[in-house]
Design a protein around this ligand. Structure first.
Ligand SMILES: [Zn+2]
Length: 315
């Protein structure tokens, strides 16, 4: 028996009826059984599920989507595995965690916003992706929701998959399942996700942000006399710290500065976060204040500023 139907017969009577019926049976029907209210809410919107086993771990990523082709799926698998490798390089590895993360890829902005509101009670605002760790604290799976349709607010070409956001959110999933004993500020947590995602994709992080935002941020940091330690510990009370982009820009600045000037410190920050080791804490504290005292960070900001002026002049 063949399911092939002649398109020209579909526009009247029985043809249209059959067409709708077949469409609902073969196209919109999910290829999985929903297991909870969230999967029930999305099963017709994202009817395909593709499961990725993350190399060198017991982690699985279940990708729910509507229209991702096999080439893109292969690239997503590579991005997830490469991102996990970067986490492993920094010893940010969940030990024997047998878990699954879910990633919901929406092409329709309204659907993305609706599900976030109704199932997660979260206001999407201008986000491109969200990671929500489910109730009851550590060692639970994380859900990731990504909007990957036309991008008025993102850094990727019109119909490409937002691999960077995908990698960034996957780092958050790992951050959520590793046992953390030391506190990191929101900016550091976000900056780490961007730094690791950038490394996995081989992309410069700041190339992904709007140049104007970076320039404005650098200006704001300079005029606020931002101290590196305030930014690191999240104690800044400047006007800039009240803006929406603050945590991302600050996190990016922190990790870009550390990659340039003291990459070992990134290892120490991850180590402190996992162990809560007080010797590590003191080492990091001393370093942050040393940077403040010798104007190392402000000099670096000046360099960045010049660099962006130059780049703009070229364009
Ligand atoms: Zn994030």
């Amino acid at each position: 028996m063949s399911f092939f139907i002649d398109e020209t017969h579909l526009f009247s009577g029985l043809g249209a009826f059959l067409h709708d019926k077949l469409k609902s049976q073969f196209k919109d029907q999910p290829d999985y059984q929903f297991r909870d209210d969230i999967e029930n809410a999305i099963d017709e919107k994202l009817p395909n599920k593709h499961t990725i086993s993350v190399d060198g771990s017991k982690i699985k990523v279940e990708l729910f989507h509507s229209n991702v082709n096999s080439e893109e799926l292969a690239k997503i698998e590579k991005v997830i595995n490469d991102t996990f490798k970067v986490c492993t390089e920094y010893n940010m590895v969940p030990k024997d965690v047998d878990t699954n993360f879910r990633m919901f890829l929406f092409e329709d902005r309204e659907q993305y916003v609706d599900i976030l509101k109704s199932s997660y009670n979260y206001d999407a605002a201008n986000t491109a992706g969200i990671t929500s760790s489910q109730k009851n604290g550590l060692l639970t799976a994380s859900d990731v929701l990504i909007y990957q349709g036309p991008k008025e607010l993102s850094h990727v070409p019109f119909d490409d998959i937002d691999y960077f956001t995908l990698a960034h959110e996957f780092v958050h999933c790992i951050q959520n399942v590793v046992e953390r004993k030391g506190y990191l500020s929101t900016s550091v947590t976000e900056g780490m996700a961007d730094a690791f995602a950038g490394k996995a994709l081989g992309q410069e992080i700041d190339a992904l942000y709007d140049r104007e935002i970076i320039q404005k941020s650098i200006k704001a940091l300079k005029s606020d006399n931002a101290k590196f330690s305030d930014m690191y510990y999240g104690s800044s009370t400047s006007d800039f710290s009240k803006t929406e982009d603050y945590h991302y820009i600050i996190g990016t600045a922190i990790f870009k500065f550390l990659s340039d000037k003291n990459p070992k410190m990134i290892q120490d920050i991850v180590n402190y976060s996992l162990t809560g080791n007080m010797d590590k804490f003191r080492e990091i504290w001393d370093y942050m204040h040393k940077v403040d005292n010798c104007d190392k960070f402000t000099d670096w900001l000046d360099d960045q500023c010049n660099q962006y002026h130059c780049m703009e002049a070229i364009i």
